[in-house]
Write a protein that binds this ligand. Structure first.
Ligand code: GLU
Length: 497
């Protein structure tokens, strides 16, 4: 192929990207990168009423956030632009005119109402509705006369015969054109229909391979006929089976699938999303789950794409995300976590102070193994940032009401007050905790749990010595004292805990 591999992603700008079209992008992108070809971004906005510039930018922002680039197209330019269909209307009209002059398309004056009548009549006879062909053979005079009252649409004249598709994923598929009625390629408002515009764009933009969802299979015979009528060579087509929900129906919010903006907000990492999505339909030769895009790109081939639908499982995505959070470089993870710490007054300025940066890094590293989304970080770390610990949950308060809580906290305060601040490190803290346990003689759990609750307000979390290390001597003791005086106040009959 003279131009080499040229693939494209052609979304209608209808909002944020979602699981299905991100995977389509990814497969095309991997194919392009594997073959050292070109990735093209085209915006298909002729069906979208007045698609705002903002909607196109949303697509661009989403792709950039995912770290997926493109070589040519919207926002980048290239030899075969414009790359936004609404800016290519003259091009579609030129080709429609050519087809009309060759008798391969014709003007159709049928109104919406007439077409609806026709449709109903077919259905009433138990037949598949299709265009009757009413305007197929209008004379020039008819056309002149009818044009006075109505602006016509342009219909493609479907030739009789069979159409064969050698699909790169599905194999050979044959269609019978007799079930396809003549279809509109240009609406009466002059806008092209999807099947027409897509062929012209793919041909003009020298697209070599089309990889898309198999919901487009039924469009393919129409597109092949247009390629043939215009004398264009047909790109290689590959239709990838859909991603379904766990109940095997079309994927939707109901199945826990969200738009990219929601995944962003919830704190999923782009690499985790991409790694997961590529496995919804593609498998590497040697089974592995965590693979970098570079590794996948090196191995990517269409013959390892499954012919059957893949099932989306949000829990699996969470698993991928937790793995990627664990593997993150600490500085990068802190940068990603920062927006989620905003509610504690932490922001980019906080990172300018070395000591604070180190403290925040320690905090994020401490909990990275226990979160599957960055949005879980505030809940896991709030006790490092608040001034006072308030315990509300009954199952947590019970640890402070326990008779052993007072002695445990008193023991903690006693032992830890004696640790020299210059030696207040993880090792000393561990030694100190062990001493508190040994002195009390009621076992580790009963001793440490009230201390944990006093320091964090929770019964679960990272290791206590690491928490104490980050909180520091003064704050840890102060929290234990506050809890202890609460307990004593309670014993004296005061309200509090
Ligand atoms: N705009 C179409 C879509 O988003 C493109 C289909 C195609 O790839 O041909 O589904």
């Amino acid at each position: 192929m003279a131009e080499g591999v040229r693939v494209r992603f052609a979304p209608a700008p209808t909002g944020h990207l979602h699981i299905g079209n991100i995977r389509t992008y990814l497969f095309n992108w991997l194919f392009a990168r594997h073959h050292k070809g070109k990735m093209i971004l085209r915006i298909e906005d002729t069906d979208v009423a007045r698609a705002a510039e903002r909607a196109c930018e949303t697509v661009v922002d989403d792709l950039r956030w995912l770290g997926l680039d493109w070589d040519e197209g919207y926002g980048v330019g290239g030899l075969y632009g414009p790359y936004r269909q609404s800016e290519r209307l003259d091009i579609y009209r030129k080709y429609a005119k050519a087809l009309i002059s060759e008798g391969k398309a014709y003007f159709c004056f049928c109104s919406k109402e007439e077409l609806e009548e026709e449709r109903k009549a077919y259905l009433a006879k138990g037949k598949m509705p299709r265009y009757s062909g009413k305007c197929q053979n209008l004379s020039q005079d008819d056309i002149k006369r009818l044009s006075k009252d109505r602006v016509p649409a342009v219909r493609f004249r479907v030739p009789a015969g069979t159409i064969t598709l050698s699909d790169m994923v599905k194999g050979r598929i044959t269609f019978d054109s007799s079930v396809i009625g003549d279809f509109v390629i240009l609406r009466s408002d002059g806008s092209p229909t999807y099947n027409f515009a897509v062929v012209i764009d793919d041909a003009e933009m020298k697209i070599s391979h089309i990889i898309r969802g198999d919901e487009h299979i039924s469009n393919t015979p129409r597109q092949i006929m247009i390629y043939q009528a215009l004398g264009f060579s047909i790109p290689k087509l590959g239709h990838v089976a859909m991603i379904l929900g766990q109940d095997k129906t079309k994927l939707s919010k109901r199945h826990g699938a969200m738009s990219l903006s929601c995944y962003k907000k919830a704190g999923y990492l782009p690499d985790a999303i991409l790694n997961h999505l590529v496995f919804l339909g593609w498998t590497p030769e040697h089974t592995r789950e965590i693979m970098s895009l570079k590794e996948i790109q090196d191995e990517f081939s269409l013959d390892r794409i499954s012919r059957s639908p893949s099932i989306f499982d949000p829990k699996k995505l969470d698993w991928f995300n937790s793995q990627y959070i664990r593997m993150s470089d600490p500085d990068r993870l802190l940068d990603k976590a920062l927006p989620y710490l905003g509610k504690f007054g932490i922001n980019e300025d906080s990172l300018l102070i070395d000591e604070e940066r180190e403290r925040l890094k320690k905090i994020v590293l401490l909990i990275k193994d226990s979160v599957s989304k960055l949005s879980e970080i505030p809940e896991e770390t709030f006790f490092f940032f608040v001034d006072e610990i308030k315990v509300c949950d009954k199952s947590v308060i019970k640890w402070l009401k326990n008779a052993t809580a007072g002695p445990a906290l008193a023991g903690f305060i006693q032992v830890f007050s004696h640790i020299n601040i210059t030696r207040f490190n993880s090792e000393e803290i561990n030694v100190g905790l062990k001493k508190v346990i040994d002195d009390l003689g009621i076992g580790a759990r009963k001793t440490l749990m009230p201390i944990r609750v006093a320091l964090t307000g929770r019964t679960k979390g990272p290791e206590l010595h690491a928490i104490i290390d980050i909180l520091g001597k003064e704050k840890s003791i102060r929290r234990a004292e506050t809890a202890l005086s609460g307990i004593r106040g309670n014993l004296d009959g005061a309200t509090g805990l």
